[in-house]
Design a protein around this ligand. Structure first.
Ligand SMILES: *Cc1c(COP(=O)(O)O)cnc(C)c1O
Length: 429
């Protein structure tokens, strides 16, 4: 199957080209040219299957022309090998826990799958490939862990010195092996600018085979559609005929993957986009005017995005029709005050501990369910311990830190300090 650019439906790329390029040459985002529609029996047969099998069935429908069955199976078994349980929080409200991967956030799903897919496409090329990423925290660690020990690939992460949390820094800098962390004397914007400069430097690109692993890569998006299928397949009979899924959203990649799953035939009645104060999409859904603006810092900081990069994908999926999109998608914005109060209230009433992103999702879902009765699922996108300061302040209780995070405290930091300067980066590469 081919992939086209959201800027030009006439531009076509193979899956390999789309994955190795990341973004189309015209700066558009890649979309599958044909989203397969699966039969009702396909869905009834998903019930009770483990995640890897659900993922494989959906993936095979999308990728069957592009690779051998056993290769796809190996990629899935190797990358999607952690639990994604659907947990009942209260009557008719479920949490899909996406935080059981190595970096404790949902980005592990996309990053791990993409790493192995890229490894698959590059395995017969004798040149080593360097994946270059700039990070403000979470993306870099998911990508780094995703690519750890993938043969033929070296990962170089640029992060701003002193501007990521101590825990995030440990996640970025303690891996070693084929992962190198560069601690840049500058801001996140400097890191991003350096990566852009490196990609456009002819001399460097002759010498080093550079590729990007940023969040708009189609190989990070598509695996996220698998767990929507799996969430639905875990619902008890009788609870699965009118289902609303609420997604805490920043760049809107996660929810775009959900909308693709719905287009494939997954019986989801409607999606709810939950945002913090960075609410350009809920505003758009209400008014029809898309007005991107600089982001505002909030306590659910992985969603502090003022101009979501996947907006173009959602519009493309709905033929650029506001009404068509607004028919499937409702948006709510949640304040920090309400988010923190909800973390405490949900825990006291139900015993379930949410992180700030999950709490935003829970509240937006509640708003929706006041107007329309349905089974609700919200995505719990990170482990509460990743946002320990906010959660402990909200609940006045200590948060138990999982072993995977706690053990990092004792590992040595391995980072090279560099100036925010292209020559310094080139010298390193
Ligand atoms: C990245 C992230 C989000 C936002 O996901 P998008 O796909 O960018 O909308 C939400 N929660 C957490 C914890 C994240 O890391």
């Amino acid at each position: 199957m081919h992939y086209y650019s959201t800027n030009n439906r006439g531009h076509h790329a193979t899956l390999k080209e789309a994955v190795t390029r990341g973004q189309a040459p015209d700066k558009g985002l890649y979309m599958p040219e044909r989203i397969p529609v699966l039969a009702d029996t396909f869905y009834s047969n998903l019930k009770g299957l483990p995640f890897e099998e659900v993922a494989f069935k959906v993936a095979w429908a999308l990728f069957r022309d592009d690779m051998e069955l056993r290769d796809l199976k190996a990629i899935i078994d190797d990358s999607l090998n952690f639990p994604i349980p659907l947990v009942e929080v209260e009557e008719d409200i479920y949490s899909l826990e996406l935080f059981h991967g190595p970096t404790l956030a949902f980005k592990d799903v996309g990053a791990r799958f993409m790493a192995r897919l890229l490894g698959h496409f590059l395995k017969n090329e004798d040149k080593e490939v360097t994946v270059l990423v700039a990070t403000s925290g979470d993306t870099g660690s998911a990508v780094a862990h995703g690519f750890l020990n993938v043969p033929g690939i070296r990962v170089v992460i640029l992060y701003p010195s002193g501007k990521v949390s101590p825990l995030q820094e440990k996640q970025l800098t303690t891996l070693g092996q084929n992962i190198t962390a560069l601690e840049v004397d500058g801001t996140f914007d400097d890191c991003q600018a350096l990566v852009k400069l490196a990609f456009s430097d002819e001399q460097l690109n002759k010498r080093v085979n550079l590729t990007s692993a940023n969040s708009i890569n189609i190989a990070r998006l598509i695996p996220q559609s698998f767990y929507y299928h799996y969430a639905w397949s875990q619902l008890p009979t009788g609870k699965d005929d009118k289902v609303v899924v609420c997604v805490p959203s920043g760049n809107f990649g996660n929810i775009s993957a959900g909308l693709i799953a719905k287009r494939m035939g997954l019986p989801i009645h409607r999606f709810v986009a939950a945002t913090n104060a960075n609410d350009v999409v809920p505003q758009y859904l209400q008014t029809g005017a898309y007005l991107p603006r600089p982001s505002i810092a909030t306590c659910s900081n992985a969603m502090d995005v003022g101009n979501p990069s996947n907006f173009a994908r959602m519009m493309d999926l709905y033929g650029n029709s506001h009404d068509a999109l607004a028919n499937d998608l409702v948006g709510y914005a949640i304040s920090d005050t309400d988010t923190k109060a909800a973390i405490k209230e949900i825990q006291q009433r139900t015993g379930y501990l949410t992180d700030p992103h999950g709490a935003v999702g829970y509240l937006a879902l509640k708003h929706y369910l006041q107007l329309d009765k349905a089974t609700g699922i919200f995505l719990e996108t990170a482990h509460p311990a990743k946002f320990i300061e906010v959660v402990e302040e909200a609940t006045s209780n200590k948060v138990e830190v999982p072993e995977a995070l706690a053990s990092l405290q004792h590992k040595p930091k391995l980072a090279h300090k560099i100036a925010a300067d292209l020559e310094a980066l080139k010298a390193f590469l």
